[in-house]
Structures are given as structure tokens and as C-alpha cells.
Design a protein around this ligand. Structure first.
Ligand code: NDP
Length: 299
């Protein structure tokens, strides 16, 4: 038997074991996927070794620790500066990947949106993480996303901003504080405070990548957000499984809305295919994960 797990703190709520084990059992593969609550990111590397893992997913708040634990990094993980997937290679080294970014991009394409310049997208589809999802993705003929606004500047905002930039979609990041500004400035991604947002601006895609939905709050005042949402083509909340205030106001503005469920499933799918290269039938894996996710949420 080979062992995989997800590290985080807290971790009890994680759906990763459910999603991964459903596929491993369905294909009768000799792997078991568990969850591990880590006290400190400092212990990530030695716990990975002690549990004799062949791979792991990393969630809040340890993605930057995982970046440091990896002996080598995929170009995408290096660019983003965060790792959510660790894989032990046949030589015993640990390689770090970021599958959050491809999961997000794939979720947009799968929903029928077109992104950025064809060249930018084509190049980004070639990353190892994204190529695992490629069988699911065709350039759709749907609405084109020409610009994006990301609310929030934490770990997921960083991954999404880099991913959109790689695809050739102009992106602006707005946050309540300036503590993450340097990361975006270094990558030439425009950054502003919520107070500085021009509510008459136009963004095709508005993403709530703040943790505000956890507290059932809006990320910024409705008077700024509503006019922006009214002009956008898609409002995307990374939170899933509940009607958030962001979802509610998007619906009131008549704007199409998407939650984070597909992103969660697609990042898991990409990671699982990195853990188990023998798994190839991406569309079937997606269908099983989708169905297990829906059952898991309603149980
Ligand atoms: P981080 O903790 O790294 O970042 C949180 C961000 O939210 C920061 O920019 C923070 O601002 C901002 N923020 C926190 N509370 C508020 C608030 N009340 N109002 C406005 N801004 C606020 O978190 P992540 O980036 O990892 O995650 C963000 C969200 O995305 C979470 O809800 C998480 O569950 C979800 N997520 C979903 C995934 C999926 O697969 N669907 C994957 C990853 C995350 P500041 O910088 O000033 O502190």
C-alpha cells in the first residue's frame, strides 16, 4: 500500500480524502489518502518523511512552507511562490507543484468561457499541472473574458493572478490592506486598496478570493461592489457549498455566478494525476469526483 494525505490546520472539513479515495478505490489502485492536522509548518518536511508518503496536498496555512520543503519546483509553482501538491519522485526527492491555478483556469474553460490570447492560453496549457486536465478542455466559443478583478491578495489570489496573467488576461488585484503588494508589483500585476477602486471601471470577471464569505460578509462595501458586478460577465466566489453575500448580490445585479466547487475538484484531479501517472481517463475521473462531491456536500 502507498500513502497520500492532505496537510492543513484546521483539516477536519477537507473533502480531499473523499475525492481522492473515490477514484483510488474505483480504479482499485493500492493507495490510501488520509488527512493530517499539522501544528506547525516547520514540521511539514519531517512529517512527510515519517509518514512515508508518496505524495501530499497542502492547504491553509502551509502552502508557503511546502514551497520551501520541495527539493525541486515546477515552473508554475516557482512563479506563484506556493505549493499545494508534493510528489516523491523515484529518486526519493520531493517535487512541488501548484494545481490551484490550473484548477481555476480549467473551471472557467469548462464553464464555456474563453480566456486571454490564444497564444497565452496555449502556452499555459503546457504546464505539467495543467496538461493533466487538458483532455477535459476545448477552447469554447462562449463569452471571452478580456479583463479580471481579483478581490483579496492571499495565497489563492496570488495563484489566480499569476494564472490569468500567464493566459494573457489583464488582471487587477484589490485588497483591504497593502501587506501583499510587493508580490504583485514584482510580477507587474496592478494592485490597489479597496478604497482606491473606481466603481465605474469595467471588469469581465470579478473574483472574490478573500475569506470574507467564511464570516458571511461582503469583501467590500456594496456601494462599490454592486456597480462593478452589474457591468461584469461573471462573478466567481472561491467559497463553495453555501449562498454567500457575494453570490446574493451578484444575483441581484443579474450577473452570472460561479462558486469554487469546480476549482476544488479540478485542482484535486490535477494533483491525483501527478500522484498516480497510471491514471489517464480524466473525463471519467472528473465525473466521479463531481458526483462524490455533490453527495459529500448533501450528506
Ligand atoms: P488567505 O488567508 O491567504 O487570504 C485571505 C485574503 O482575504 C487576504 O487578502 C485578506 O486580506 C482577505 N480578507 C480576509 N478577511 C476579509 C474580510 N472580512 N473582508 C475583506 N477581505 C478579507 O486565504 P486564501 O487565499 O487561501 O483563501 C481565500 C478564500 O478562498 C477562502 O474562502 C478559501 O476557503 C477559498 N479557497 C477556495 C479554494 C477552492 O478550491 N475553491 C482553494 C483555495 C482557497 P489581508 O491580506 O488584508 O489579510
Amino acid at each position: 500500500m502507498r500513502y497520500l494525505c492532505v496537510f492543513g490546520n484546521p483539516i477536519a472539513h477537507s473533502l480531499s480524502p473523499l475525492l481522492h479515495n473515490a477514484i483510488l478505490q474505483s480504479y482499485k489502485l493500492p493507495y490510501l489518502y488520509g488527512r493530517f492536522m499539522l501544528d506547525s509548518g516547520e514540521n511539514l518536511g519531517k512529517t512527510f518523511d515519517k509518514l512515508d508518503l508518496c505524495g501530499a496536498n497542502i492547504t491553509l496555512p502551509f502552502k508557503e512552507h511546502a514551497y520551501l520543503v520541495a527539493h525541486s519546483l515546477s515552473p508554475l509553482a516557482k512563479h506563484i511562490g506556493a505549493v499545494n501538491t508534493l510528489v516523491r519522485t523515484s529518486s526519493g526527492k520531493i517535487c512541488g507543484y501548484n494545481t490551484d491555478a490550473p484548477g481555476f483556469i480549467a473551471s472557467l474553460l469548462l464553464s464555456g468561457f474563453r480566456l486571454g490570447s490564444a497564444k497565452g492560453l496555449e502556452e499555459s496549457l503546457q504546464s505539467e499541472e495543467m496538461s493533466k486536465l487538458a483532455p477535459l478542455l476545448e477552447q469554447s466559443s462562449g463569452e471571452r473574458i478580456e479583463s479580471a478583478l481579483i478581490l483579496g491578495a492571499g495565497g489563492s489570489a496570488k495563484a489566480l493572478a499569476c494564472a490569468l496573467q500567464e493566459c494573457g488576461t489583464p488582471v487587477v488585484v484589490a485588497n483591504r490592506s497593502s501587506k501583499h503588494e510587493a508580490f504583485f508589483t514584482q510580477r507587474q500585476i496592478p494592485y490597489c486598496l479597496f478604497d482606491e477602486l473606481d466603481s465605474s471601471a469595467r471588469f469581465d470577471l470579478i473574483i472574490n478570493a478573500t475569506s470574507s464569505s467564511i464570516a458571511q460578509a461582503l469583501p467590500l462595501p456594496e456601494s462599490t461592489l454592486a456597480p462593478l458586478l452589474t457591468r461584469s460577465k461573471l462573478a466567481y466566489d472561491l467559497m463553495y457549498g453555501r449562498l454567500t453575500p457575494f453570490a446574493h448580490i451578484s444575483k441581484e445585479c443579474g450577473t452570472a455566478y460561479k462558486d469554487g466547487a469546480d476549482m476544488l475538484i479540478l485542482q484535486a484531479l490535477s494533483a491525483l494525476r501527478l500522484f498516480c501517472p497510471e491514471l489517464a481517463d480524466t473525463p471519467r475521473i472528473y465525473t466521479i469526483m463531481r458526483s462524490v462531491f455533490t453527495q459529500g456536500r448533501s450528506a
